[in-house]
Design a protein around this ligand. Structure first.
Ligand code: NAD
Length: 354
């Protein structure tokens, strides 16, 4: 038996997590679950969004499967997703975007892997509220140092990019490409505008590239990459991005393969791994039984592969493929012609197809 920490999440989290658990249990893959809450639900029971025992559980089991967790906008606690990634040094987020036959899309074939740096950039949370003493001091310092004329009501968020984290993620992308026999790595940046963050990212990547001559490499401005992705997505293969661009581009890629409901993901570090769908807690459909569980089920497939159970992962992916190709039963987000299938119906159909 392998014990995995399961964080069901909130919003649609418990619905898609329940469906995923049902499918993994039906595979009889020797997985047992240690279930913990995080976010709002953990505050209700333990007074904090990411209690120490949740981190402890992941550190012990080394692997977690996580549903989406709501982050309050503007105020309240910091994103527990970001906190988890930083606490466990989950420096690489990988989002494979593969189009399954039968899923409505503008394209016939899509197979892109987004590799996103997960620990720094604007997500590091170094922020100064516009009317705080710290922001006033920082504005004064910037004016004194470099004569930057910031308005007196300017809020500030910092974008740190380091050589160390860049090297780690770019090396990860090349190794992933090699291991999975991919054609090339495309690095996104905006080095012409942000010379000391994106510029450093680009220059550092170019030094790493020298060690991987057998994998193709190109660098592309992020705006140009957005254009290529919706024009000729087949031209892109493995895409490596800093944190914020990675967040945006992975949602864009999810849109190419049928939407967030079918887009899985994983966060990998040197010691721990957390598997989770790309989507959030979808408060607009929570509790209605309409959530598509496939993104989380496919995330569990990635987890099974990581845990050395490739046969079970293959069975899971084939069963998902069968249900999607069959097309008789489609959840609401995949635009069915008839009545949408519920979360439970999708899970049951996948279990039957195993
Ligand atoms: P979202 O991904 O929750 O929803 C965006 C849209 O996609 C909504 O219309 C939603 O109904 C739809 N959608 C998402 N998942 C779906 C599914 N499985 N099936 C069918 N439709 C689905 O994004 P949001 O509304 O920007 O975020 C809601 C909350 O989730 C926020 O608090 C955000 O911070 C959080 N969030 C958490 C994670 C995470 O836990 N990893 C990731 C992203 C967002």
């Amino acid at each position: 038996m392998t014990t995995v920490t399961l964080i069901p999440g909130d919003g649609i989290g418990p619905e898609v997590s329940g469906a995923t658990r049902q499918v993994v249990d039906a595979l009889d893959a020797g997985i047992e679950w240690e279930v913990h809450d995080a976010g709002i639900l953990a505050i209700e029971d333990h007074g904090e969004p990411l209690p120490a025992h949740v981190l402890e559980s992941i550190r012990t089991n080394r692997v977690a499967l996580k549903g989406p967790v709501t982050t309050p906008v503007g105020t309240g606690f910091r994103s527990i997703n970001v906190a988890l990634r930083q606490e466990l040094d989950l420096y690489a987020s990988i989002r494979p975007c593969k189009l399954f036959p039968g899923v409505p899309s503008r394209f016939e074939e899509i197979d892109i892997v987004v590799v996103r740096e997960n620990t720094e950039d604007l997500y590091e949370g170094i922020e100064f509220e516009h009317d705080s003493k710290e922001a006033e001091k920082l504005r004064g310092y910037l004016k004194y140092m470099r004569n930057y004329p910031l308005a007196a009501d300017t809020g500030i968020s910092l974008k740190p990019i380091s050589v160390t984290a860049t090297k780690a993620i770019v090396e990860f992308a090349f190794q992933y490409a090699k291991r999975n026999r991919r054609r090339k790595v495309t690095l996104g940046h905006k080095a012409n505008i942000m010379k000391f963050s994106d510029g450093l990212w680009l220059r550092t990547a170019e030094t790493v590239e020298d060690d991987y001559r057998d994998v193709g490499f190109e660098a592309m401005q992020i705006d140009e990459m957005a254009m290529w992705l919706v024009w000729h997505p087949q031209d892109l293969d493995v895409v490596v991005l800093p944190n914020l661009y990675g967040d945006i581009i992975s949602d864009l890629c999810a849109g190419l393969i049928g939407g967030l409901g079918v887009a899985p993901g994983m966060n990998l570090g040197r010691e721990y791994a957390v598997f989770e769908p790309t989507h959030g807690s979808a408060p607009d459909i929570a509790g209605k039984g309409l959530a598509n569980p496939i993104a989380m089920i496919l995330s569990a497939g990635l987890m099974l592969r990581h845990l050395g159970r490739p046969a079970e992962a293959d069975r899971l992916e084939k069963a998902v493929g069968k249900v999607l190709a069959d097309g008789k039963l489609r959840p609401a987000d995949l635009r069915p012609s008839g009545d949408p299938a519920t979360t439970t119906q999708v899970a049951e159909a996948i279990c039957t197809a195993l």
